[in-house]
Design a protein around this ligand. Structure first.
Ligand code: MG
Length: 389
């Protein structure tokens, strides 16, 4: 049993969206295929992944360092103890050879994307959906059948005012979602408060509305928004500060009593430990939003969760960034708080199986082996181009 090839390509997102900080007009993502010599149903098992949302394609690092390291390794050194499947922990260690500590994003997205594709292959080899394989290895085989799912939306777009924002929210509620997250910081404070108040009337309860500032505020604006938003007691206030400005985050937390969410732009276990040590966050209410494929992948994320437990944080406090099928499996497998969704946004890279439906704000976990990109027609067509079939 061995990995015979790893292929990657960059695909454009073609999105006209904008958050408080930047637009997505140039955004790309890396799609990866890990080809094995294992045959299932008459075909070689291929694991697929892509690099989640919001970080550019990273093929250069994959081609120059990580793919050659895996292909050069003794194939047996990448297998589990029973030698009956790939061992993504060993594949991660193989990719990390000769890598200097720190500087995580230069490699964490490339490594994490390849690692998650290896998990897709491993789950297919095991004949299990990825969430079941994760639960078996890391979560005492806990069986979870559905997970809470909220909508990451409410973007700024040309010509989009409050009526259009409310139409977006009503559409999502009609699809079965209960909780909505909207962008703040791309307008003035009075304008954003008007958006929040209008959205609250539609979702009906502050527990069903979160806001996301996308790390765009300086100190003055972060504290001003914290003061202005605090009375609404929203589900959470996301990324009020630069991702690494733990001192300012602690200042915000000191005046903002309702939940804060952050962490989608931290890419290592060490940075998340710094966040919970120095960021003034509270384990009883705040939430951590690691993007797993961008942060070295699933095996490293298991270590982050172990660290968080040591610091008094429950897996239920983790709502990973990235509304996609990879994240859905990760939320279910580890028993995390909930999953994000981007219905109708980010084209083929948004969302879940084409026939997935949301009920009472929850999504059923997929039951086909692997991640199940095969049930996302447009995305799978792009992935299949990599393997020429
Ligand atoms: Mg965010």
């Amino acid at each position: 049993m061995r990995i015979v090839d790893i292929r990657e390509t960059a695909v454009a997102l073609n999105s006209s969206l904008r958050n408080a900080v930047f637009d997505f007009s140039e955004m790309t993502t890396s799609v990866v295929a890990v080809v094995t010599d294992v045959v299932r149903e008459g075909k070689p098992v291929v694991g697929f992944a892509f690099n989640s949302t919001g970080r550019y394609a990273c093929g250069a690092q994959m081609r120059e360092r990580f793919i050659p390291r895996i292909l050069r390794a003794d194939p047996e050194s990448l297998l589990n103890a029973a030698a009956d499947n790939l061992d993504p922990e060993k594949i991660l260690a193989c990719m990390m050879q000769r890598e200097k500590p720190g500087g995580h994003t230069e490699r964490s997205v490339a490594i994490g994307t390849i690692e998650v594709a290896c998990w897709d292959a491993a789950a297919k080899i095991a004949g299990l959906p990825l969430h079941a394989l994760i639960a078996k290895i890391y979560n005492k085989n806990n069986k979870i059948y559905k997970v809470p799912c909220y909508v990451g939306g409410g973007w700024y777009a040309p010509g989009k005012g409050i009526p259009e924002l409310l139409e977006e929210i009503r559409d999502r509620l009609a699809q079965g979602y209960c909780t909505m997250k909207i962008k703040v910081g791309g307008a003035s404070i009075p304008e954003d408060l008007a958006r929040v108040e209008a959205a609250l009337k539609v979702v009906g309860d502050s527990a069903h509305l979160a806001v996301d500032a996308n790390a765009g505020f300086d100190r003055t604006r972060a504290l001003a928004y914290a003061r202005a938003l605090a009375p609404y007691r929203l589900r959470w206030f996301e990324e009020p500060t630069d991702p690494l400005d733990f001192a300012l985050l602690a200042e915000v937390a000191a005046i903002y009593d309702a939940p804060i969410g952050t962490g989608e732009n931290l890419f290592s276990t060490q940075d998340v430990r710094n966040l919970v040590t120095f960021g003034g966050l509270r384990a009883d209410r705040d939430i951590i939003q690691t993007d797993v494929p961008q942060s070295y992948g699933i095996a490293q994320f298991a270590r982050t969760l172990d660290m968080l437990r040591e610091y008094g944080w429950s897996p239920q406090s983790v709502f990973p960034h990235g509304g996609n099928q990879m994240t859905l499996h990760i939320v279910g497998g580890f028993g995390l708080g909930g999953c994000e969704a981007y219905p109708g946004v980010f084209g083929m890279f948004a969302g879940f199986a084409d026939d997935a439906h949301v009920e009472d704000g929850c999504l059923k976990l997929p039951d086909r082996p692997g991640i199940g990109f095969e049930a996302q027609n447009a995305l799978y067509a792009e992935m299949k181009k990599l393997v020429g079939s």
